[in-house]
Design a protein around this ligand. Structure first.
Ligand code: SF4
Length: 249
């Protein structure tokens, strides 16, 4: 299987329908080579590949956000996985975290299907958009502070390009901190909140509300730290909060 790394792959179908600002942003993200350590790492993974994916033409570039450009809900992870987003070229696609996340999003009505396997699988998000705080896969899933800082402007810009955004769901502590930094940068004043699973924070100055959740990685789902029931509970609360708006659309 190939991923087709040509320029026609710059925008996903939902984004290309909306055009303009997100498309332009996504072109710049995909072309970025700012962090030497991450560029080397993402490309090396693409060359070496995992044996079970040896027929894949790995994406091995930065990943963009994906979903409904008119979304009220933004879902934020830390960074693409080595053989997930870095292989498939779409955030939360092709790995165990994606499987757990998408089953939940589908059950809560935010996705048209319960799976996220590859870029041409027909997935569409409904009133939701997902992205990552850092766009390139980091060694050990740990970006440096400087790498997080350098990638933040893309995240700020992507938030600003979602005109109907009211609520952000941060998956994991680092994504939660990135959301606080992005919101601080956007508002020009430091915003603070404490991470907690399912804890909802209203934010000042017209910023979106911020909700935390444990990340749906195997490290959390296999140990029982994050159960399906607990995750669905957070998503259903989000759905109920956003439902009146969904029904008006
Ligand atoms: S992590 Fe962000 S800033 Fe660094 S190379 Fe990737 S896209 Fe560019």
């Amino acid at each position: 299987m190939t991923t087709g790394n040509g320029p026609e792959q710059v925008s996903h179908p939902q984004i290309s329908q909306s055009g303009t600002r997100l498309q332009n942003l996504h072109r710049r993200i995909i072309a970025c080579r700012h962090c030497p350590r991450l560029v080397e790492h993402r490309e090396k993974i693409g060359e070496n590949k995992r044996a079970s994916y040896r027929d894949w033409d790995y994406w091995a570039k930065p990943i963009t956000g994906f979903g409904d450009p008119e979304a009220r809900l933004l879902i934020v992870g830390l960074a693409p996985a080595a053989h997930g987003g870095n292989r498939t070229g779409r955030v939360f696609t092709g790995d165990a975290s994606a499987t757990f996340l998408m089953a939940g999003l589908h059950e809560a009505g935010f996705a048209n299907q319960p799976t996220s396997d590859h870029r041409d699988d027909g997935l569409e998000l409904i009133n939701a958009y997902m992205t990552a705080a850092v766009r390139c896969v980091p060694p050990g899933d740990k970006p440096t502070v400087q790498e997080q800082r350098d990638c933040l402007p893309f995240f700020v810009e992507e938030m600003e390009a979602l005109p109907r955004l009211t609520t952000v769901l941060a998956l994991g502590q680092i994504a939660f901190q990135a959301c606080l930094k992005a919101m601080s940068q956007r508002s020009g004043t430091a915003v603070k909140a404490k991470f907690g699973h399912g804890v909802w924070h209203e934010m000042p100055g017209g910023l979106p509300a911020l909700v935390g959740s444990y990340h749906p990685s195997p490290r959390n789902t296999n140990t029982g730290r994050l159960t399906k029931e607990s995750f669905i509970g957070v998503l259903l609360k989000l759905r109920d909060e956003l439902r009146p708006d969904q029904e008006r659309r």
